[in-house]
Design a protein around this ligand. Structure first.
Ligand SMILES: Nc1ncnc2c1ncn2[C@@H]1O[C@H](COP(=O)(O)OP(=O)(O)OP(=O)(O)O)[C@@H](O)[C@H]1O
Ligand SMILES: [Mg+2]
Length: 151
């Protein structure tokens, strides 16, 4: 499924929209260059889950977890600075198993082996300073539900 997004506020709103379809246990892989809008999307996702806390790029901590009032948890990973996931791969693997956790991962290449096939992959490409082409693909029953919800 393809989307054309023309402002950062619209990317945020797209995150809010996806958040409403989440029930826990979903894995969302965010692909795209530096500045594509992966964290902007994640901020919208957090807002849509009712999380008041400001989502910051977890670049130095690799991961951050936010608690939503619904009881869901948002685990946000960013592996940009890591060349070897090491023990973080095990940590991520454990987080993904959490049935009330939504896991969002930026720069997931080094943990590719840990990612479940049943995940939502969102690829963001900048086509101008403010325009983004977003491609959403899914790989199984749980992730397909999101696609259906968007249709
Ligand atoms: N349509 C748009 N969607 C998303 N971000 C946009 C858009 N237009 C402009 N921007 C700007 O682009 C930047 C995106 O930054 P963001 O941190 O979300 O990117 P990122 O993909 O997470 O990058 P990184 O790989 O460095 O973590 C922000 O400054 C945002 O305001
Ligand atoms: Mg980011």
């Amino acid at each position: 499924m393809n989307f054309q997004i023309t402002a950062d506020t619209e990317m945020h709103a797209f995150g809010v929209r996806i958040a409403r379809l989440l029930t826990g246990g979903e894995v969302i892989e965010l692909r795209g260059d530096v500045g594509a809008g992966k964290t902007t999307f994640t901020k919208g996702l957090a807002a849509g889950l009712g999380i008041d806390e400001t989502v910051q790029s977890p670049s130095f901590t690799i991961s951050r977890v936010y608690d939503a009032p619904s009881g869901l948890h948002l685990a946000h990973y960013d592996f940009y600075r890591l060349h070897d996931a090491g023990i973080m791969a095990d940590e991520l693997n454990e987080t993904i198993q959490g049935s009330s956790t939504v896991t969002v991962i930026e720069w997931a290449d080094i943990v590719d082996g840990v990612l479940p096939v049943d995940r939502v992959t969102i690829t963001i490409a900048a086509t101008s300073e403010t325009d983004r082409r977003v491609v959403l693909s899914t790989g199984g029953e749980k992730s397909n539900k999101i696609l259906e919800g968007l249709a």
